[in-house]
Design a protein around this ligand. Sequence first.
Ligand SMILES: Cc1ncc(COP(=O)(O)O)c(C=O)c1O
Length: 367
Amino acid sequence: MIPFGDPSASYQAHKSEIDQAINRVLDSGWYVLGTEVDAFEEEFASFHDKEFHAVGVANGTDAIALCLRGIGLGCGDEVITPSHTAVATVAGIEQAGCTPILADIDPITRCISPESIEKRVGTITRAIMPVHIYGQPAQMHKILEIAKANNLAVIEDCSQAHGAEIHGRKVGTFADIAAYSCYPTKNLGGTGDGGVILCRAKEFAEKIKSLRQYGWNEARESIIPGFNSRLDEVQAAILRVKLQHLADDNAKRRVIALRYNQAFKKLPITLPALADTELHAMHLYVIECDRRDELMEYLRSHKIGASLHYPLAVHQHTAFAQRIGGWDDLPVTDQFYKRNITLPMYPELSNNAVQRVIDAIRDFFQD
Ligand SMILES: Cc1ncc(COP(=O)(O)O)c(C=O)c1O
């Protein structure tokens, strides 16, 4: 079976460097929040922009909650976000005590639609949380304009878009603050849970460093109510290795995406848009097709691990259905979830495997 993603291939590709990094931590005797986390934070921030600050945390969901708490949002504050995202985005908003409001997506980018955001802004709206879904940058310029006009904070969910760019500028540096997951399947993924926050203001970084460890100050007195959301040293050391390969690995993903797009351009499927002005991180390669269930069956019977991202939009899950504002006006999202299908995509995917995926899809459509 060709899987749709393969974290073990990423480990094998960088094995000797990762093994060395892990052994360095094991030998050091210091396992949580230490010099590896400090170095990762510094390297992650300068990878984006030297003016920014990074804070390592336990996972991407906590990163979202800590971003919101860090900029002073909480109970009763509404945050507009797309329903087409990982459940984690909305779980993180609720974890911070905020109220998520779901917006629709743009059919081309599949990211939050600026027009839909505008329809949802109300008197208790405090923030917009765009998600750069599948590695595709959201329309940040329009989103920032809406935010400015309505005095709203913007928090970028970059969990699927490490290293993506708009006009040469990395996502995560457009807004006030950004959250990243470093779960093993992500473009920058460890071998366990991990997350990181990127922000321009040193003041926010310092507050979040306190919040991630019980709200402690340097004397270990809790001065604000906090969490336990620490990043461990093994994950930080692995992420430092992976960060050095991120740009190359993303470029390999884009080469595969271009090959798929070229091969499928005459078929009755909607392809990911690859704009010249952007660098897509190509976390997931997702097409849309009317015969989605049939195609999925066909690919699986040909040992191709097609998948769904996601099987359900947030507003379609039992835990959220009819509870989160905006759920009854998401026509583009509802349509997308009948047609989406994820094809294999990871930097180590071999030429032969890519060709097998292409051949199978062409055979299905008898091209
Ligand atoms: C868009 C998005 N946001 C947030 C998260 C949360 O990350 P984690 O699983 O590390 O908590 C994920 C990962 O699944 C994600 O894809």
